[in-house]
Design a protein around this ligand. Structure first.
Ligand code: G3H
Ligand code: ZN
Length: 274
């Protein structure tokens, strides 16, 4: 999925899911638009739903999908959780060790890559820090990826893709959030490697297009899904105070997510690439 996107200059959307409805919405939008898609679960989502429950949902739906679906661990913080997901059947894991010194981040990533290879799975690593909060992961200030370190990392780690810190932030927009495209361009020129953009909710379509041009092939979206879901539920319940069928209420949220995901897929230029 990733090499093809890199060659053809589009990005695959990686959407965070937490339950049946979010997973249905993401996969059905991808199917409708004939786009490949990445369904990702954070450690907190796995804790919330129960590991086996959420894994059962995502793997079950991925298997039945009419488009290619990668099931991915988002922001895994340890070798253990990555191993657990690989054993369960995930086709990709992220190991987020960006707070460790470079040498430790590299050596543990190499360890995970070795394990992932046994499963034929991919590995996403991270260099540089992404501001804001994404479930269990938090950074108060941006740490821009060092270009020289990125070169060494992609040459030695064996990772499939690299998440970079270019001023991007998780969650709702932050005051000091600003994408440094000059750094992204330098990283891309120096590494010639597929890159990942985290914290892409609320990012303008023009900026996404520019990032894709500069080698971004995987784009992570969570907050826009949460906002769509919660806004739709609030609206629905306000407009229908007598409805208590939870399926109708949550169904309004599922539909809202579907539209958000479809819009992102179109911006990412992956329509018809399945
Ligand atoms: O890892 C997930 C993301 O980077 C999502 O970021 O919540 O800002 O969309 P977001
Ligand atoms: Zn992230």
């Amino acid at each position: 999925m990733i090499p093809q996107a890199y060659r053809q200059h589009y990005a695959v959307g990686a959407f965070n899911v937490t339950n049946i409805e979010t997973t249905q919405a993401v996969i059905s939008a991808a199917e409708e638009l004939k786009s490949p898609v990445i369904v990702q679960t954070s450690e907190k989502a796995l804790d919330y739903a129960g590991f086996d429950n959420l894994v059962g949902i995502v793997l079950g739906m991925a298997k039945k999908s009419t488009v290619p679906v990668v099931v991915h661990l988002d922001h895994g913080r340890s070798v253990d959780i990555a191993k657990k997901c690989l054993t369960a059947g995930y086709s990709s894991v992220m190991i987020d060790l960006n707070k460790l010194p470079f040498a430790d981040n590299l050596s543990r990533t190499i360890e995970i890559v070795k394990i992932a290879k046994q499963y034929g799975a991919s590995v996403e690593a991270e260099l540089g820090g992404i501001m804001g909060r994404e479930d269990y992961v938090k950074n108060s200030a941006p740490r821009l990826t060092d270009v020289g370190e990125a070169v060494q990392f992609v040459q030695r780690s064996g990772a499939t893709v690299l998440a970079v810190g270019i001023g991007n932030a998780h969650g709702v927009p932050m005051a000091n959030e600003k994408l440094h495209f000059d750094i992204l361009e330098k990283i891309q020129k120096a590494t010639n490697f597929p890159l990942v953009l985290h914290g892409a909710s609320s990012t303008a379509a023009s900026e996404i297009t520019k990032a894709i041009r500069l080698g971004v092939v995987k784009i992570n979206i969570d907050t826009d899904i949460r906002l769509a879901f919660s806004t739709a539920l609030r609206k629905f319940m306000h407009a229908n105070p007598d409805i208590y069928d939870t399926r109708e209420i949550i169904g309004a949220g599922r539909e809202a997510i579907y539209h958000v995901v479809a819009k992102k897929i179109s911006i990412f230029n992956s329509i018809g690439k399945a």
